[in-house]
Design a protein around this ligand. Structure first.
Ligand code: HEC
Ligand code: HEC
Length: 407
């Protein structure tokens, strides 16, 4: 009886202790303690843009966090290396001038394919399995990241000791925080380890103040690195293409652009079902868009994530914002120009049982556009370039990192 009573008191006390220690651990990272103040970062509201933002509760955006994230995004030492020819940053592949893709004319990544850091097995660097995705307007997307949505809020993934993935939230493939881990460790990206990365950043004196401003103390941890970079990525919003300005009545479309616009948003060219629906120029849904899947059914398609047989050869319909800057096109980069893409949708579709029902004209090989319509559709796609975003100093490489960014 005596033991039972002792236990009866000890257990609630233990639970309280655990709750107390967990909550102090968490609050250490939240920007609200009395001596430590941060300024909230507000995503600018623009007409027609979604009000729903994908910002995890444990990583609220702050000016200080976004600024630290910008530095880390551009710092090639994040790869854990300090020798200049071994540097790789997020910006090595996600380049602002290309809408945060590599672009087809990159002298280092010829044809637009990206490669990780050189290894013994891959002296030129291991190629990424897929081509690039731009990282703009991610804050509006709650429907999964990567071409197949593998990183998704509804993931049940609880870590994997075998490949050294801890169970904590920021490693759980739920959100952008975990993509930072993937970029640091993937053999086809930085091919490094979290420990090397943290040690390299810790050794750079200027980060002490930046971590303190963003998180309250100078301590450098992976958790903080991933949170700050994710904040910066979420701050990259594109709302100022000519198309967006046209919607807000701040700009006019030419006759040709307007024709292309009307084709895009009608059954005639039929692009809007998958790429329309909102000013994001994507539904962020997954479709098999009638490319020849025997060409590359892939083990990285949507089927690999959902297990749904109808998802064979399906990928996320990417946003068409800045599409002019992000060639080559499709997850496998099979089209080099927008003309090739338009020809494909017009007369190049390949029927298979997996093609999504929204590809309504697949039996006729496409929507069959004439030369005038094709030119108009292309003219409209070119209005989706956000010239302000690609020059905005808010997103550029900090001056003091120019020689370290690994571009
Ligand atoms: C070696 C080139 C390379 C580097 C370095 C790199 N990425 Fe990427 N990134 C890619 C490729 C390729 C994809 C598309 C991968 C896929 O879906 O298969 C991608 C996808 C993404 C996505 C998903 C976009 C979406 O809409 O789903 C995000 C976010 C991202 N990267 C952020 C980062 C961050 C942050 C870093 C730095 C910590 C980084 N990347 C470093 C090549 C790179
Ligand atoms: C049934 C849905 C669907 C329809 C309809 C559709 N698309 Fe797509 N689109 C996709 C998907 C899915 C992808 C990505 C496929 C892949 O990577 O394999 C894509 C990719 C693209 C890309 C390349 C994007 C990139 O970043 O690589 C462009 C450009 C494009 N579509 C334009 C159009 C145009 C123009 C139309 C109308 C003529 C159209 N799409 C109609 C689903 C669709």
């Amino acid at each position: 009886m005596k033991r039972l009573i002792t236990f009866g008191i000890a257990l609630p006390a233990l639970i309280l202790l655990i709750i107390w220690s967990c909550s102090t651990d968490n609050s250490e990272d939240l920007p609200t303690t009395s001596t430590f103040k941060t300024t909230p970062y507000i995503i600018p509201e623009a007409e027609y843009f979604p009000k729903n933002l994908n910002i995890p509760a444990d990583n609220p955006m702050t000016l200080e966090g976004v600024e630290l994230g910008r530095y880390l995004f551009y710092d090639g030492r994040l790869s854990g290396n300090t020798s200049k020819d071994q540097l790789m940053s997020c910006a090595t592949c996600h380049i602002q001038e290309h809408g945060f893709e590599v672009g087809i004319d990159n002298p280092k990544y010829i044809g637009g394919k990206t490669f990780g850091l050189p290894t013994e097995a891959f002296p030129e660097g291991e190629p990424t399995p897929n081509f690039m995705l731009p990282i703009v307007n991610e804050v509006y997307n709650s429907n999964g990241y990567l071409w197949n949505g593998f990183v998704n809020e509804s993931n049940e993934y609880k870590g994997n000791a075998e490949v050294n993935v801890p169970a904590e939230e920021q490693f759980n493939f739920k959100n952008i925080e975990s993509l930072v881990w993937m970029a640091i460790t993937a053999p086809h990206e930085m091919n490094s380890t979290v420990e090397k990365s943290v040690a390299a950043i810790e050794a750079i004196p200027m980060y002490k103040t930046k971590f303190k401003e963003a998180f309250g103390t100078e301590e450098v941890t992976y958790d903080r690195i991933s949170k700050a970079i994710a904040q910066f990525v979420r701050s990259i919003v594109s709302q100022n293409s000519k198309f967006h300005k046209y919607l807000r009545q701040e700009a006019e479309l030419t006759v040709q652009e307007k024709l292309g616009h009307d084709l895009f948003f009608s059954e005639d060219a039929d692009c809007f079902h998958c790429h329309g629906g909102s000013v994001l120029m994507t539904t962020n849904e997954y479709f098999n868009n009638a490319k020849d899947v025997t060409f590359d059914p892939g083990d990285r398609d949507r089927h690999a994530v959902s297990g749904d047989p109808m998802d064979v050869g399906a990928y996320r319909a990417p946003s068409l914002i800045n599409i002019e800057l992000t060639a080559p096109y499709m997850h496998d980069g099979r089209f080099k120009t927008l003309d090739e893409v338009i020809d494909f949708y017009s007369e190049g579709l390949v029927y298979s049982d997996y093609v999504h029902p929204l590809m309504k004209n697949v039996r006729q090989k496409g929507v069959q556009l004439d030369a005038t319509e094709k030119a108009a559709l292309k003219a409209f796609l070119l209005t989706l370039t956000d010239h302000e975003l690609i020059k905005s100093p808010q997103y550029t490489c900090p001056e003091e990192l120019k020689s370290w960014n690994g571009q």
